[in-house]
Design a protein around this ligand. Structure first.
Ligand code: HEC
Length: 191
């Protein structure tokens, strides 16, 4: 009996090991794809704000961010999406059920004292069509730079407010303070 149990345990361990190794490899890949976008975006935002003011940098978040995401998708095979619980662009950034769960979990973990810049989670999920996908989410906390366009009303210039009202009449993405979680970047790979 004991031997059977031991043999069974060994069989389970050797079946679990490749699955674990696969998830670890996917997690590393997903993290690399997802974390390559935000620093490039921050550099582009800083440059454009210096050149043409925060209102002039709005197209960086609107047009350049999806373009950079597309390049990363093409070179890595990971789909990238930015999501949030308070959208500026609801067409692009409305979370699906899994993404919503991650965003809510990140807010809870940050409120419980975890560093928002370190919040991430990756897991294997079953998709609606029955196939598997690996999904990874990383929190995007606000830095001082972000408050130019996502901060409280008194931090936004009249020009930024006017430009946002023109492009995003349903904007819900203002009123953030430094360190709050603005959203998450999500990397997904169907397997
Ligand atoms: C110059 C203005 C500007 C700055 C600075 C800025 N953003 Fe944005 N942000 C925007 C605009 C405009 C959009 C809408 C983009 C779109 O149309 O998809 C947006 C969208 C987003 C989204 C997608 C979710 C949504 O609400 O549509 C996230 C996440 C986000 N910004 C995070 C940040 C973070 C984090 C920073 C700081 C590192 C930052 N932004 C700095 C203007 C800005």
């Amino acid at each position: 009996m004991r031997i059977v149990r031991l043999a069974l345990a060994a069989a389970i361990a050797s079946a679990a090991l490749p699955a674990f190794a696969e998830e670890l490899a996917l997690m590393t890949e997903a993290r690399a794809a997802a974390t390559s976008l935000p620093p490039r975006l921050v550099t582009a935002l800083n440059e454009e704000i210096a050149r043409s003011g925060p209102e002039g940098a709005i197209p960086v978040c609107r047009d350049m961010a999806p373009k950079m995401a597309k390049e990363i998708v093409a070179s890595t095979g990971w789909q990238l999406k930015r999501v949030t619980l308070k959208t500026r662009n609801p067409q692009r950034a409305t979370p699906d059920a899994w993404e919503r769960k991650m965003l809510e979990e990140f807010d809870r973990r940050a409120a419980a004292g975890e560093n928002p810049a370190k919040l991430e989670k990756g897991e294997m999920v079953e998709q609606a069509n029955g196939t598997r996908a690996f999904r990874y989410a990383k929190a995007l906390p606000t830095q001082p730079l972000c408050l130019n366009c996502h901060g409280p009303e008194d931090k936004l210039t009249a020009a930024v407010k006017a430009r946002l009202a023109e492009h995003y009449p349903q904007d819900r993405a203002t009123g953030y303070s430094e360190g709050q979680i603005r959203g998450a970047i999500v990397a997904t790979k169907p397997l």
